[in-house]
Design a protein around this ligand. Structure first.
Ligand SMILES: [Zn+2]
Length: 216
């Protein structure tokens, strides 16, 4: 059998042992209760950035959306098909998550494609990543690094989150907290944007310095 397929089928067996054994309580909880996660994550489709693995979470912990370059588009109420916006609506309005975390990562192929004017012709990708184009163009004019571009794209997504009226309302009343995090693939470190210092800092430091558990 294909080695990759074999690997995930073996993993499925381990999952069943962990969560469906007679001692495991997780699956019983999932069967009888509605999902009730406190945390929503938007991260990239990149196969190396897997939130539930990085944060060692169990089923039910994270409501997750993954898309190319972890982009949040602006609020556009029209008849087109908005997958990420629909997930945001479900997570924020119906699941009432308390934290919405946007995770960018180093060497993101989606943002690299935005910087590459010769990116090959495609049906959907260019149109999708164009949401962050302004941020990236601003970067190019100042000859920033790819990491700077990725972080500016995250800022753009953060701003776009606030164009959703029900996100803005909850953030302003203090019932929803927005976070910008950055995962460095080379070092395996996760940092958070600390609005107090205007820098990305180690998770524990970023949250300790603000004297609160959340940043915005
Ligand atoms: Zn990426």
């Amino acid at each position: 059998m294909d080695i990759s397929l074999n690997k995930i089928i073996k993993g499925y067996g381990n999952f069943r042992k962990k969560y469906l054994s007679s001692q495991a309580k997780t699956i019983q909880h999932l069967m009888y209760a509605e999902q009730n996660p406190d945390i929503m994550i938007i991260s990239c489709c990149d196969s190396r950035v897997e939130p539930s693995m990085i944060f060692e979470c169990d089923p039910g912990d994270l409501f997750t959306v993954r898309n190319i370059a972890s982009i949040v588009p602006p609020y556009e109420k029209d008849n087109l098909h908005h997958g990420t916006s629909a997930a945001l609506e479900f997570g924020v309005k119906f699941l009432n998550v308390k934290n919405l975390i946007l995770i960018g990562h180093s060497n993101c192929g989606g943002i690299r494609a935005l910087l590459n004017e010769n990116f090959e012709e495609n049906d959907f990708i260019s149109n999708w990543i164009e949401v962050s184009k302004d941020a990236v163009l601003q970067c190019k004019s100042n000859s920033c690094s790819l990491e700077d571009c990725i972080k500016l794209s995250l800022n753009k997504s953060y701003e776009n989150c606030m164009t959703f009226p029900w996100i803005k309302e909850k953030v302003e009343e203090g019932t929803l907290f927005l976070h910008r995090w950055f995962f460095n693939l080379q070092t395996g470190t996760m940092t958070a944007y600390n609005p107090a210092s205007c820098k990305y800092e180690d998770l524990e430091i970023a949250y300790a310095q603000t004297g609160q558990k959340h940043s915005s």
